[in-house]
Design a protein around this ligand. Structure first.
Ligand SMILES: [Zn+2]
Length: 343
């Protein structure tokens, strides 16, 4: 039998050939040599019996990599589809529970967002449009994983249990705008009142289940990332959700980047955001773009660069400041990009 999703993914690999019972692809360990039109040197057994691992071997003598196909191998090849990784993970656990001990699936949940034209929401939509100089309608917010009301969100997703006491949730519902986190396990609630009536600029709301120490509570603007693209990936990070949206929507830098990802720390810290994202998506060659708050000095980013260089290759590092405001969470006419090249 075959693991359908895993086999489908392998078909997307360079120099793929199905030779019945096994397939050949370009080796993810040595990268292969030779002509590009030949089948790859990496051979993987794809017809397997229950309890039998997917054995692989690279026939290039200089390499000779061999072993059992694991989820981390798929991730090295660029697989991020959680169902594919889960299929292999489940299979390998049947073979031997220790085979996959390192793999912790971050399941991506399919929550629905709903933004109704009711009184609270009208004010919140207006806040966003005024702040960013946009003309979003309610239905546009979904494209940015923005959820205006907490209670509407819980209701439509049939979630009955609240993560906090009811009076706190009342405040979040009324005074914050929600941003669905990278793995859709949190609603990052941004207080939009002048006095910060909820007590915190950001409150991370665990949507279901228990919070864990290493949960990632960062916001990512939805987009497409081609991990097989050989060019460095452009990682853009700002501290806040409005700041990254402003940088994304209201500057020209997006048009100059080919393969890009846009993130907001929301209090997590630049280092955590950068290292986690690179690890999760297997991004080793990176152009780093920091959309800084004005009060943060360049020295902080120099230290970040030092910390990151053991984990990835930073092809370039650029820090941007807004010359006429404290961050990039503004409309086009209130942004003047000033950049510092650190590398
Ligand atoms: Zn090889």
């Amino acid at each position: 039998m075959r693991l359908e999703k895993v086999c489908d993914f392998l078909k997307t690999q360079p120099r793929y050939r199905d030779s019945g019972g096994q397939c050949q692809i370009r080796c993810w360990v040595c990268g292969d040599s030779g002509k590009n039109d030949k089948p790859g040197n990496m051979s993987i057994k794809i017809d397997v019996e229950p309890g039998e691992p997917m054995v692989y071997h690279c026939f290039r003598s200089a390499c000779g990599a061999s072993g059992f196909l694991r989820t981390e191998d798929l991730q090295t090849m660029g697989c991020t589809d959680i169902d594919t990784l889960m299929e292999l993970s489940a299979w390998n656990r049947e073979v031997n529970p220790r085979l996959e001990k390192k793999f912790h699936a971050k399941e991506n949940r399919g929550y629905q967002l709903v933004n109704l034209a009711i009184s609270d929401n009208l004010g919140k939509l207006k806040y966003i449009n005024t702040r960013l100089g946009t003309s979003f309608e309610f239905q546009d917010l979904r494209n940015y994983k923005i959820q205006l009301g907490l209670y509407e969100f819980l209701r439509i997703n049939r979630i009955n249990r609240l993560a906090f006491a009811e009076d706190k949730c009342d405040l979040l519902d009324e005074y914050t705008i929600g941003f669905l986190s990278m793995y859709s396990d949190y609603l990052i609630c941004r207080d939009i009142t002048k006095k910060i009536v909820t007590g915190n600029r950001y409150t991370t709301y665990r949507i279901r289940g228990k919070a864990k120490e290493d949960d990632m509570k960062i916001y990512c603007i939805p987009g497409e990332l081609d991990i097989l693209d050989p060019n460095p990936v452009d990682i853009n990070i700002a501290e806040g959700t409005f700041s990254i949206l402003g940088a994304y929507l209201n500057t020209n830098l997006r048009k100059k980047q080919k393969n890009q990802i846009w993130l907001a720390n929301c209090g997590s810290g630049y280092k955590t955001t950068l290292l986690h994202t690179s690890r999760q998506f297997g991004l080793l060659d990176v152009n780093l773009h920091i959309w800084s708050d004005s009060e943060i000095k360049i020295g902080k980013y120099e230290r970040l660069m030092q910390d990151a260089k053991d984990h990835m290759h930073l092809n370039s590092v650029t820090v941007y400041y807004n010359g006429i405001a404290e961050d990039f969470g503004h409309s086009k006419n209130q942004i003047r990009v000033e950049s510092v090249e650190l590398k």
